[in-house]
Design a protein around this ligand. Structure first.
Ligand code: CA
Ligand code: CA
Length: 643
């Protein structure tokens, strides 16, 4: 649930919809008013959740969370935790998986009406999490704990105080959940949806959030919104910090630049928008036959794989006119909500749709349609970024519908046959890349074992317990890791630029595929915002994610030609792939490893406590054109940092 990476574009929706677990809690609302904890769904006589509510749920979650912590970081014991809560400076660096479980314990504390303990746990996480991007997490929980610890007439001030702790750059994403959840019925629908899954640590965490943590927040929603508005007004009264200067380069008309072949590997891209720059396999016509005899039909501009009931073999996925009309505003609306513009038409449309999702069925329909709009928009937006200022590029398109997961593998996992089909598609793409000498491939795609496990928990008849779920999820994930390693190894002369992912996780700790795979021709990219700061959502790892690029509210084109800002490492990655294309246009002789080294060496170092560099096009190309030009350091003083 928590940070399920679906299409990275949907990250923000996930933040809003499903950030359950690690966020916030209340006295037992079920005890006070049993009606509140009854879902509208028809009673399921054999539901494993029957005995898993109220106190029983808290006891289960507490025990399961501690068992997990014992596995991942044994030095974190209940006694040790008690000491660190009073003195966080004594605590060791907390692993990501420990942090997840500590959030569970904070939720339990809040649900048991101990907001002081909940607050201390969140503060410990903020101070000791190894991932420094977690230093700003848990705002929902903290704000609710503050409300409950304050006198009635001081509650709003106490809530505002919590929001004031956030840097302005992180404020918007922390406030969306308060806007999205408007009614108790919405929360009940979420809970009923969780109740369709197997009981496990992860689903219990989500269940506790929706059953016991979120209801009192929704009940006092006006207070939170008014505190948020007050802090936002304070921000707006201050001058906005100067934006970071990304130093982009336009190669239009550059005499020293040559044609370069690049590819977008995504879930669908509109070729018509890029007609002038499409790669063309002249030996192939679009006529339903395999003209060049390579085993692929109509591979004139790239390759397509789709399966399932609504499969189509176009380079662009088409969700249908009605779906687009109704759900396209989401792309912009979520951004508006983050920016505090709740009154825009797009934001209002988002809120109305969310308010209407008051049953598991309605929620599912909403999710399906949002995923469909994401699948429609994602690859085109990415391709638009890859081509900016690079008229020398010729773009091939690979569309792998399975890489989006959410439509094909909705509430289930892939079968062995489907995994074999994924592999066949990957092998065909590798063949295409080699045959046509594609030099740079952007893959804003990511797979997590947690996401697969979460879907498998809906298949209760097939996987009766969480052990079975985890075993199958691990097997699926291992095959995918193998598939991606295979294409990287099969195309050593091609640079693969890969999105780090949007779950605020360490890619190595969580084994994110392909971002955790180490290869000399793979460059993993994280996201920074327009002030050059790590995005709240970006995945990271000090060794594996060294390059960051612009990935928050990044304007680019969607399939109908409109320009819309979207956020995600999905947007950061093609910005860097674009730089790699420019580098190759100027010097086609470079190897993938040389390109990576050049980008790393000429990037702007990101200040502590974060790490890595922000790709700098000007300096990379300057170094390429004038090899004596200084690496980073030479012009650092001129940089605008905005902090
Ligand atoms: Ca062919
Ligand atoms: Ca053909």
């Amino acid at each position: 649930m928590h940070s399920t990476p679906r299409l990275p574009i949907l990250l923000l929706l996930n933040l809003a919809l499903a950030c359950g677990g690690a966020q916030t809690a209340a006295p037992d609302p079920c005890a006070a008013d049993p009606g509140r904890c009854t879902s509208d769904a028809p009673p399921n006589p054999s539901s494993p959740w029957d005995g898993m509510r109220g106190q029983a749920l808290r006891d289960y979650l507490r025990e399961a969370a501690w068992a997990k912590i014992g596995e991942v970081q044994p030095e974190v014991t209940p006694d040790a935790l008690a000491r660190w809560l009073d003195d966080p400076s004594q605590a060791p660096a907390l692993a990501g998986r420990t942090v997840e479980r500590l959030f569970d314990l904070a939720m339990v504390a809040l649900a048991e009406d101990d907001p002081g303990r909940a607050e201390k746990i969140v503060r410990l996480i903020r101070s000791a999490a190894r991932n420094r991007n977690s230093a700003f997490r848990g705002t929902t929980l903290l704000a609710e704990a503050a409300r409950r610890q304050a006198e009635e007439d001081a509650a709003e001030t106490a809530i505002a105080e919590v929001f004031r702790e956030l840097p302005r750059t992180r404020f918007g994403s922390a406030t969306v959940i308060f806007q999205i959840f408007q009614t108790p019925e919405q929360v009940q629908a979420r809970l009923a949806q969780v109740h369709q899954q197997l009981v496990s640590l992860d689903t219990a965490s989500a269940a506790l959030f929706f059953e016991q943590v979120l209801p009192p927040i929704v009940e006092h929603r006006d207070r939170f919104l008014s505190a948020i508005a007050a802090v936002r007004a304070e921000h707006e009264a201050q001058p906005e910090p100067p934006p970071y200067r990304f130093g982009t380069v336009d190669l239009s008309g550059a005499r020293d630049a040559q044609p370069v072949r690049i590819a977008v590997w995504d879930v669908g891209t509109n070729p018509e928008l890029f007609a002038d720059q499409l790669f063309v396999n002249e030996a192939e016509e679009v006529n339903g036959r395999d003209d060049d005899g390579n085993g692929q039909i109509d591979d004139r501009h790239g390759l397509v794989q789709d399966v399932g009931e609504v499969s189509n073999m176009d380079l662009l996925f088409d969700p249908g006119e009605e779906t687009l009309r109704q759900y396209k505003p989401f792309l912009r609306g979520i951004m508006d909500l983050r920016a505090g513009m709740a009154s825009t038409e797009a934001a209002q449309q988002v809120l109305a749709l969310m308010r209407g999702a008051t049953s598991p069925e309605a929620l599912e329909e909403l999710e399906r349609n949002l995923d469909a709009v994401g699948e429609w928009a994602h690859g085109t937006h990415v391709a638009g970024l890859m081509l900016q200022g690079l008229p020398q590029a010729r773009l091939a398109i690979f569309r792998s519908a399975w890489a989006g997961e959410s439509r094909l593998y909705h509430h289930r996992g892939p079968t062995d046959e489907e995994l074999a089909a994924e592999r066949a598609n990957i092998d065909a793409i590798a063949e295409f890349i080699r045959r046509h000498r594609i030099r740079v491939v952007n893959a804003s795609l990511g797979f997590s074992e947690e996401y697969v496990a979460d879907q498998l928990r809906y298949e209760r008849d097939r996987y009766p317990d969480d052990e079975a779920v985890r075993a199958r999820a691990a097997a699926i994930h291992a095959r995918r890791a193998e598939n991606w390693a295979a294409i990287f190894d099969a195309c050593p002369d091609t640079l693969f630029v890969v999105a780090a992912g949007n779950s605020n996780q360490d890619v190595v700790e969580y084994g994110v595929v392909p971002a955790s795979l180490q290869r000399p021709n793979v460059l993993v990219v994280g996201a920074v915002d327009r002030w050059g700061q790590w995005a709240t959502f970006t995945n990271s790892n000090p060794e594996q994610v060294r390059v960051f690029d612009f990935g928050v509210e990044v304007p680019s084109v969607i399939p109908d030609g409109e320009t819309v800002p979207l956020s995600g490492t999905s947007m950061a990655s093609p910005n860097t792939a674009n730089l790699a294309g420019k580098i190759l246009a100027v010097d086609p002789s470079l190897t993938p490893a040389q390109i990576i080294a050049l980008i790393e060496e000429t990037g702007d170092p990101i200040a502590e406590p974060f790490g890595g560099v922000i790709a700098n096009e000007e300096r990379a190309l300057e170094r390429l054109r004038r090899p004596q030009a200084p690496a980073n350091g030479g012009s650092t003083r001129r940089r605008q940092r905005g902090r």
